[in-house]
Design a protein around this ligand. Structure first.
Ligand SMILES: C[S@@+](CC[C@H](N)C(=O)[O-])C[C@H]1O[C@@H](n2cnc3c(N)ncnc32)[C@H](O)[C@@H]1O
Length: 219
């Protein structure tokens, strides 16, 4: 098992892994593989199930310290949330999800982990969770809505610390089915530039996710 440039993320045979916390040994969140080496239990991180794993394998790089505070928009059932939770061992993940069905599974993931705060709310209204979420080091968004750039912008304005990192997973077809994927990504990039965010990098997520890109910005 090789450490990567990102603390808490490991690589073996071109596959990514995170470490299951002590209290979760033997427990899977989805159908990931578990195996033990040097007394640590590693969880395989599937890039076909998690766009963050896909983006990392496609060369995206960003600061993610073990004590980071992260606001996660579109947490769903907790697949990617669980891997970030493995990485930020001393940090906190505020996980916003609008679906009451998905949040039931997310609550089960959070029950076993000390650093996930599930929030049943609509990310279109950042003010609704202001009593729970402090200023954060990173905002991660994976919401396939036409107004995803606007949702991202408003949450950055409300919660991201100066020089903090924003990472948005863009589904081209949600922006406009009539546009080519690259045109859709450019539309999102120019909307974010208009807000004066600094664009750091865009990576397309093929072959793991078709017509999706990860866009990294610094506030
Ligand atoms: C593609 S899934 C996210 C997958 C998840 N990020 C992962 O990797 O495990 C998108 C999620 O965003 C949620 N969602 C859609 N609109 C939302 C909104 N306005 N606020 C919060 N969550 C939203 C959906 O219910 C869905 O669970």
């Amino acid at each position: 098992m090789q450490p990567t440039e990102h603390p808490g993320i490991y690589k073996k045979n071109d596959r990514l892994f995170t470490v299951n916390p002590e209290g979760c040994r033997g427990i899977k969140v989805y159908n990931e593989q578990l195996f033990t080496e040097d007394d640590k239990e590693y969880r395989s991180w599937n890039p076909y199930r998690s766009k963050l794993a896909a983006a990392l394998l496609k060369g995206l790089s960003f600061d993610l310290s073990s004590d980071a505070k992260i606001l996660y928009l579109g947490a769903a059932t907790g697949t990617t949330v669980s891997h970030i939770s493995d990485i930020i061992t001393k940090g906190t993940l505020y996980a916003v999800e609008t679906s009451p069905v998905a949040i039931i599974s997310l609550l089960k993931v959070a029950e076993k982990r000390q650093n996930i705060i599930p929030i049943l709310s609509d990310a279109n209204h950042p003010e609704r969770y202001q009593h729970m979420v402090p200023a954060v080091d990173m905002i991660y968004q994976d919401i396939s809505q036409r107004n995803q750039a606007d949702i991202f912008t408003r949450n950055i304005r409300a919660y991201l610390k100066p020089n903090g990192t924003g990472l948005i997973m863009v589904k081209a077809r949600s922006i406009d089915v009539a546009l080519k994927p690259k045109q859709a990504y450019e539309l999102v990039c120019s909307a974010l530039q208009k807000e004066k965010f600094r664009l750091k990098k865009t990576v397309e997520l093929t072959p793991f996710e078709k017509d999706h890109a990860a866009i990294l910005v610094i506030q």
